[in-house]
Every structure is written in C-alpha cells, then in structure tokens.
Design a protein around this ligand. Structure first.
Ligand code: KG4
Ligand code: ZN
Length: 353
C-alpha cells in the first residue's frame, strides 16, 4: 500500500510517499529557515502561511516523483502533534480533505513517534520488530526524551528534560554567542577545532521534582544557558574569535555530555541490544561520535538515522503511520483529527501503562 504523509508541525513543509513496509518513493522537504532567519527564530504565523503556499506544489511533485496517481494512494498520514497549533492545522486540513476526496483512511501521527521510526527507514537498518526491546533518545528543538520501546505501540518514558530541550539549549546558546538561527548547525560549525574543555559548563543533572520520573534519567538545560550568559558577561572575548570556537565547543560538549551520561545510565540498568537516537540534534557529527563510543562501551548496537531523516521530514511520519495501520481500530472510517500542540505524551503515555 502507498501511504502519503504530510508534516507541517514547525518550520519544514514536507510530503512523502512510502510503499509499505519501507520503499520510500518520494520525500520532499521545503525548509523555511531563510524566511524565519531575519526574526532570529520561528514565527508561527509565517510558518503556517508558508505551509499553505508550499503544500499543494509539494503534493503534486511527490506524486510525480513516485510515478503514481492519486488513485494509487491507500492511506493519508499527518502529524497531529506536538508542534505549533497553527502550523499543524494546515497539514491536518490538507490531509483530511485528501482522505475524504480519495475515500481512504486518515492516520494522525505523533511527531515524536515519527522521529523514533526514522531509525528504521534506511534499508540497511534492522527491522523495528527485530530490534525490540530497545532504548531510544529523541533530541529535537522541543523535546529531549529517553524512551524504552517494549513492543510496537508500547513505549515507556524513562526520562526527559525538565526545562529546555537539547536543541533549544543549542538554539539559545547560539543566540547568546551572536551566531544566529538555527543554533544547532551554527554551534556545530563554530565549535570545529575548538577545545571542549576550555570552559567548564554544568551538566544539568536534576536531583528532584522529575514529574514522577527517575531524576537520574532526566535532563535540565536552563542552568547551562545561564552559565553561558554569565561567562560572556564576565569575559566578552569568549564570544569572539579566537575564543569563540572554544566557547562553542565547550558549550556543545556540555549539552551532549548530559545526553550521553543519562543514556549510559539507562543502558547500564537494562539489557537491550539496541540504542537509537533520533531528532534534529542527532544529525550533529560530534554527538554521533560520542554516541558511538557510548554504545561500544555499553555493548549495544547503535541505531542512527541517515542525516536526511534526522531533521523534520514526512518520510518518518509515513514510517510511523505504517506501523499504526494494522492497529487502526477501523481503517475504513475517516476520523476527525484535532490539533494537539502539546501532544507530548499522546502516544507515549498510553504506552507507559
Ligand atoms: O527534529 P527537528 O528538526 O525539529 C523539531 O522537532 O524540533 O529538530 C530541530 C533542532 C533545532 O534545535 C536545531 O538547532 C537542531 O535540531 N539541529 C542541530 C543540528 N541541526 C539541527 N543540533 C545540533 N547540530 C546540528 N547540526
Ligand atoms: Zn522534529
């Protein structure tokens, strides 16, 4: 079956067509970065207007690239949260209209589950079922979560950030360093050749108030951002060359050390054979190297998505929908989909029990 998927949760407009189980026939991503850059971050109103403008063309182009006709589509999938409400709405409206017109099932996908399923999109990756149970770290602009995947559709949240997400910490740090938006890739570039030990930044280990989760598996990045601010105030040269690369490298290292330390702890307490990492931050080369060392030490196999599937894309939404399809209660019926901007636990909470 061909699933057409739409992703509009933030500042990427994306359409993909996946022939189940994993033949990707098209994956088009229009990134809006240039439109938001003058404002130093994502402007929701601009994002949704841009989705409206780009989506029709991307839909037609995806069909052409896949060599398919509308009638060849067997299901429509769309991200219904978490994300920016007004941006999600555009994708949902389009998906709903398509499903009605084509009389095919409509599937709402949790964006985080999409990131999780991106780990299995590549043909060289193991099959999802063969990796079970596994632990995965989702690191994006809005989320930082350690999840134990027990079975298809059964996820247990092990830990998460109590304040900023890892990507957010990089974005805010880049702003403080005058690097611009989006911060992750700019810090990565600025950190090239820098000394990761030049400045000792905190590794943000929460000790309590972890919302029912084990604080030892949780993250806190708000203190790190403040530490950078004080560092720059006390020593403005830290934000200009030649010191900038050392500051950026030390800051980036602090963000990643926290991820590695909590992930290693989760692995030491478990006996899973696979550890995965997905989401926009997982494209970072330094993080990928550190994850490889950690996995080796823990004796687990590392699952990383190819770079093109790390940042937001609709292929991962199609992959998640593909997993959902057999579980859909009534695949013939077109459900009404609502927007869930705060769908942090939508899928994940259900999985916890
Ligand atoms: O998953 P994603 O594309 O969108 C969300 O779901 O949020 O992740 C976006 C995040 C941003 O914080 C961005 O700065 C970060 O991923 N990112 C990176 C890199 N490229 C994007 N972080 C570190 N290194 C990168 N090269
Ligand atoms: Zn994302």
């Amino acid at each position: 079956m061909n699933i057409l998927a739409i992703e509009t949760s933030c500042d990427e407009t994306s359409v993909a067509i996946l022939e189940t189980p994993r033949r990707l026939r098209a994956n088009l991503v229009f990134t809006q970065i240039a439109k938001h850059r003058p404002f130093g971050g994502v402007v929701p109103e601009i994002a949704s207007r841009c989705h409206v403008e780009e989506l029709p063309g991307l839909l037609r182009q995806a069909l052409t690239e896949a060599g398919l006709d509308w009638r060849d589509l067997g299901a429509i999938a769309v991200t219904h949260g978490p994300g920016l409400a007004s941006a999600l709405l555009i994708g949902i409206a389009a998906a709903q209209a398509l499903a009605l017109r084509l009389d095919v099932p409509l599937l709402g996908v949790n964006h985080l589950e999409g990131h999780l399923c991106s780990l299995f999109l590549d043909e060289s990756a193991p099959r999802f079922e063969d990796a079970l149970p596994f632990i995965t770290l989702i690191v994006s602009g809005g989320h930082t979560q350690l999840i134990r995947v027990e079975a298809p559709g059964r996820y247990r949240l092990l830990g998460q950030t109590l304040d900023d997400a890892a990507g957010e910490a990089l974005d805010k740090g880049a702003k403080l360093l005058g690097l611009g938006y989006p911060g992750g890739p700019l810090i990565e570039r600025a950190a090239q050749g820098g000394d990761v030990r030049r400045i000792k930044f905190p590794r943000g280990q929460p000790t309590e108030h972890a919302a029912g989760l084990d604080p030892e598996l949780c993250f806190s990045y708000s203190g790190l951002k403040t530490a950078l601010l004080y560092q720059i105030k006390a020593n403005p040269a830290a934000a200009t060359e030649p010191e900038l690369k050392n500051t950026a490298a030390s800051y980036q290292e602090a963000v990643f050390d926290a991820l590695i330390e909590r992930s290693m702890r989760a692995l030491e307490r478990d006996d899973v054979k696979f550890f995965g990492c997905g989401g926009g931050v997982s494209i970072n080369q330094r993080l990928r190297e550190k994850l490889a060392v950690m996995a080796e030490r823990a004796g687990t196999r590392l699952l990383l998505a190819p770079p093109k599937f790390c940042t937001d894309n609709a292929a991962m939404i199609a992959a998640a929908a593909c997993r959902q399809l057999p579980l859909a209660p009534d695949a013939e019926k077109i459900p009404r989909l609502d927007v869930h901007p705060e769908l942090i636990f939508g899928v994940f909470q259900a999985l916890e029990n």
